[in-house]
Design a protein around this ligand. Structure first.
Ligand SMILES: *[C@@H]1O[C@H](CO)[C@@H](O)[C@H](O)[C@H]1NC(C)=O
Ligand SMILES: *[C@@H]1O[C@H](CO)[C@@H](O)[C@H](O)[C@H]1NC(C)=O
Length: 330
């Protein structure tokens, strides 16, 4: 903003003070309004409603729930506060599905499959034998089968993969439905501080501070014979989603299951929605987790409210209504 000369008039000064106070009150009122409206919604969100959404926006069998139609307006008066709600919503034109894998192989792996000659003998001896089912949380809940059978997604994006339990479950489901789906697994594959204390049995010992989670995940994918369907994108959710947005890579189904604190979930939701295809569905785990004072649920509730769409609890998961036509490319 260009600097404005301020006249030294007492009258002007008090008017300025008054205007500042009004602005401040307005901003605080806006935030308080958001917070109280959000917390009021939470008790209504505990209903467990089985859903059977259909691609293309048909909501015939979606049970409508809660959420007021009213969308909060960003505080126009304060550009810095407005930034909190501003996310990129327009991405590059979608590339055809057949181009997604070649683009990723080219941009991320110099046109060589990350699974080529994997694992090398040196890597293999650092990894654990693969479990029949890798350690996960709610990874085979009915929500996956419900969404995959009704939506028939060809591009699935998963944010938060860990050892790949839900990715491999989705791979099996798409295989059983004869879908040539590609599952893009976005994760930094480092876990989180002290994750090892509770999960030592399930993860390899770290090597020079590297958690080896990426390679343990890739071994599980190889052993399951799903290297053609399950593709590692080993970056932070923010950087990977920004790249997908730039490259026109959209998901028909996006699972948000990375950071469980409010701000991580809020950022992931907004950035993932930009690369969700029209009629596609965003869903995620830990709707009921208490972490960060129900951070995931607070983020999902606020997001659904800002976008004016419904959120449907599904067991431990939450599912958003299909992305409406007006809000993005298809
Ligand atoms: C990419 O692969 C080509 C061979 O296809 C190789 O010549 C080149 O050095 C590789 N580039 C990098 C950065 O590894
Ligand atoms: C896929 O089909 C096979 C063979 O019918 C079955 O054993 C397996 O449980 C199915 N997988 C899933 C995830 O439904």
């Amino acid at each position: 903003m260009p600097p404005h000369p301020i006249p030294h008039l007492p009258l002007f000064r008090s008017a300025l003070l008054y205007a500042t106070a009004v602005l401040l009150l307005f901003s605080l009122g806006y935030i308080a309004g958001l917070l109280s409206a959000t917390s009021l919604l939470i008790p209504q969100l505990n209903t467990q409603t089985p859903i059977h959404p259909t691609v293309g926006g048909s909501t015939a069998s979606l049970s409508p729930l809660m959420l007021p139609a009213k969308t909060p307006q960003p505080p126009q008066s304060d550009p810095q506060l407005r930034d909190l709600l501003n996310f990129r919503t327009e991405c590059a034109s979608p590339v055809p599905n057949d181009f997604v894998l070649p683009i990723l192989l080219n941009r991320l792996y110099n046109n060589t499959s990350p699974y080529a000659n994997f694992p090398s003998p040196e890597t293999a001896k650092l990894l654990l034998p693969t479990a029949a089912k890798p350690r996960g949380w709610g990874s085979t809940n009915p929500v996956f089968a419900d969404l995959i059978s009704s939506l028939r997604p060809l591009i699935i994006i998963e944010l938060g993969t860990f050892l790949g339990a839900s990715a491999l479950h989705m791979a099996a489901l798409t295989r059983n439905h004869s879908l040539q789906s590609l599952i893009l697994c976005v994760d930094d594959f480092r876990g989180w501080p002290v994750f090892r204390s509770r999960l030592a049995r399930h993860v390899p010992a770290p090597r020079h501070a590297d958690s080896l989670l990426l390679h343990q995940f890739m071994l599980g994918v190889s052993v399951a014979g799903e290297t053609g369907r399950v593709f590692p994108v080993p970056f932070s959710t923010s950087s990977a989603l920004a790249a997908f947005c730039d490259w026109g890579i959209y998901g028909d189904l996006i699972e948000v299951d990375a950071g469980h604190d409010f701000h991580s979930a809020w950022s992931d939701l907004n950035k993932a929605y930009a690369v969700l295809r029209t009629g596609g569905i965003l869903f995620g785990h830990d709707y009921h987790t208490a972490a960060d004072n129900h951070g995931v649920r607070r983020a999902v509730t606020l997001f659904a409210r800002v976008k004016g769409i419904k959120v449907l609890p599904h067991g431990e998961h939450w599912v958003l209504a299909p992305k409406p036509i007006a809000s993005g490319p298809d």
